[in-house]
Design a protein. Structure first.
Length: 139
């Protein structure tokens, strides 16, 4: 089994959380002895909007220089919005995230069927749309 560190852990997304620039995060993952990293495909780390061809090549080489793999690229999409316009924007974001993964040599892109805004604390996994159902259960 290989272990990877998710860059959201150092994104400053939560109050009091440390926010590291992308290359410093990569160095931290190597320093901690991880085998790889999971990159969040949004700011402040690896937004497809911010990384041009040169930046992608530089990042790919920097990750390799630290002897790390990219376990996956984490997309933060929301296909649950009822607006066709919003779903179209989400598809464009996902397409750009797939291009980013390709350019960085990542084989996996993690997506959401829904989005984080549809989740709320205290709710069950099922009510948040994350639950699973046994294939043996009848509908």
């Amino acid at each position: 089994m290989k272990l990877a560190l998710h860059s959201v852990s150092y994104s400053g997304a939560w109050e009091g959380q440390c926010c590291l620039p992308l290359k410093r995060f990569v160095s931290k993952a190597a320093e901690f002895g991880y085998d790889g990293i999971e990159l969040m495909a949004k700011r402040p780390h690896a937004s497809p909007l911010d990384l041009d061809e040169k930046a992608r090549n530089d990042l790919k080489e920097f990750i390799r220089s630290k002897n790390l793999e990219i376990a996956c690229i984490a997309a933060y999409n929301d296909f649950a919005d009822p607006s066709p316009y919003h779903r179209e924007v989400e598809l464009l974001y996902l397409r750009e995230t797939i291009h980013l993964a390709h350019d960085l040599g990542a084989e996996i892109v993690r997506i959401f069927a829904s989005g984080m805004k549809n989740m709320h604390s205290g709710a069950s996994y099922t009510s948040n749309g994350i639950g699973s159902k046994s294939i043996s259960e009848k509908p």
